[in-house]
Design a protein around this ligand. Sequence first.
Ligand code: BGC
Length: 727
Amino acid sequence: MRIRFTATAVFTAAMLCTTTGLLGAQQKSVDKSQPWMNPQLSPEKRAELVLQQMTFDEKISMLHGEGMAGSKNLHPEFQKVHELFNGGAGLVITPTRLGIPMIQMSDAAYGVRDSAMNGRYSTALPSNLASAASWDPQAACSYGTLIGRELRAQGYNMTLGGGVNLTREPRNGRTFEYMGEDPVLAGTLVGNRIRCEGAQHVISDIKHYAMNDQESGRQEIDARIGERALRESDLLAFQIGVKTGHPDAVMCSYNGVNGDYACENRYLLTDVLKKEWNFPGFVVSDWGGTHSTEKASAAGLDNEEEWASFYGDSLKAAVQAGRVPMTEIDDHVRRILWAEFASGIVDDPPRKGVVDVQAGFDTSRHIAEQGSVLLRNERNLLPLDSAKLQSVAVIGFHADTGMISGGGSAQVDAPGDQAGGEWKRKVWFPTSPLEALRAKAPGAKFSFVSGENIAQAVAQAKAADVAVVFAWQWEAEDFDLPNLSLPNEQDKLIEAVTAANPRTVVVLETGTAVTMPWLEKTGAVLEAWFAGSKGADAVANLLFGDVNPSGKLPMTFPRSEADLPRPTVAKPPAGSKNGTLSFKVDYSEGVKVGYKWYDAEHKPVLFPFGFGLSYTSYSYSGLTVSPDGSSVSFTVANTGHRAGAEIAEVYASLPESAGEPPKRLIGWQKVELAAGESKFIRLAIDPTYLSIWDEVAKKFVRPSGSYRVMVGGSSAELPLTKEISLQ
Ligand code: BGC
């Protein structure tokens, strides 16, 4: 279990008295005939009715957390509170005497975290980035539905999932927790995940708002970026996520944005989120991400997590001294109450139950299949033909037993894990690539080596028809990768194996892009990301053609770190501490995130955004664009001999005068096609996606002039183009 602060240092005796008093009040039973318990009333009305009944102490109690479950070194008195924990990352004590349930929060990036602590089990889905590679809102919805159900089965009523920071820095250790580099793709998918997670009746969340785009010095970094660039990139992803998913909570991030910490940033929290986007829910700080009382409260932070360093006694005193108006407190409380009613946790509280393990496996495998990306397939090495295959060399660290997962607060415990695992450890999920492949070709001879001894791996590869190398790159919260190379000399291993056997398939288990010095020598490369509980079955289904690959990259794979906007990750100066924005990162690339950067800078890439191969082929024809730019139509045909699903991508370049990068994604559709089949596609285009942020008018405006609409199967291959003039 991770401990960031010791509770004894944080809690004062006065705080304990307040909390203990509130705990006493909880014993009373709830009168269901109270007017706010009427589900026919709106969440706004119900929240207002409850607010009128609450004492000042009850209000303050709702505005902060109680530490993390399982934290050690607690003040003995505080133990009373800890008995109330369901076992997650946060607890908010509410007036249960009024029927308002305590908020039990759990991390749930790709599954419910820390289940081992409760002696429970949860499904590990593929990483969020893998699900983004499906480009499929329906897959994102199943992702959210599963997590929502499993949270409830463990007794949680709030998720801390929904990460959507843009991949500005591919070495960011949390890239796997996010949805890639494009704001429209990332925002749409996270929105669908949140929508469906919330529909299970949990308080849903989007995070980390905003510009938490690297982990190095995350609590000291001040992200500097111009308003227009911010609105068209990172904030656009959140805007779409909020509009699509209607999260009940927004988690503000650790870092600063343009001079103010995100959790006390009036521009972000009030001007944009609450006023412009009309967000009705509450803002919760990242754990230890609150830095003030009055400033944060006035800026729009509603709930401090994980403790009460600024929102317990200090907030109470500030109100009593008239430094924080009661109306501000009421607004914070009202928003949290609103979230409780709107999410459904008051009327339909979670009931603990047994997770449907098989349903979890099916969903996890299906998403892994949809999100894996076939990057290379020379001379149709894939799909493997089980009837012809005589021998296979499986090579890779733990490739006989498991596949790696992403770490940090996202970490899902693997079956067999014990409670309280250390914060930074690599977890291989028990999904065996060797066994899954063997099951596909029972007649073939399989060998396995870990690859640590390269000579041994080469010998095995030489002796086999096909070599399959499983390569990994581990990522986690709290640190960034030093570079984009595979660790532990795996490049050397792959180099040697491919030299020994050109019929080598490389399966990548990575959290972000990797460089591939060996690429040209390989037969095939499949990017499987962190593939979840059933990753090996998904990979086997793809390699043997039971499933036709359809995933496309949600982020560019650059040729080298030298091509990134920043050749090295910015680091904080020595001695920096949380609480001071001690270093600035000037995001001078602005809106040019990912492919927009490489396009504008004319930098060739290893694999472009939106790229992914299939075992069939597709062609595009007949592009028309409506005169007002509101819709695009075209036909996609499957020109090969297998059924498949093509993600048809639509980009636009804006008029020259707009000064935008060469192109931006404005829409897409995943199209299922039988062999030889074609389909006519018509896509509505959101006018915002053809717009730029006007810093004077403070809104998105569509510039007049000539637009080019481009359609195809990757950002770098767009066979259909059409110019239109929009006024
Ligand atoms: C992470 C959040 C997480 C929280 C609670 C923080 O370290 O940044 O994403 O939800 O911890 O575990």
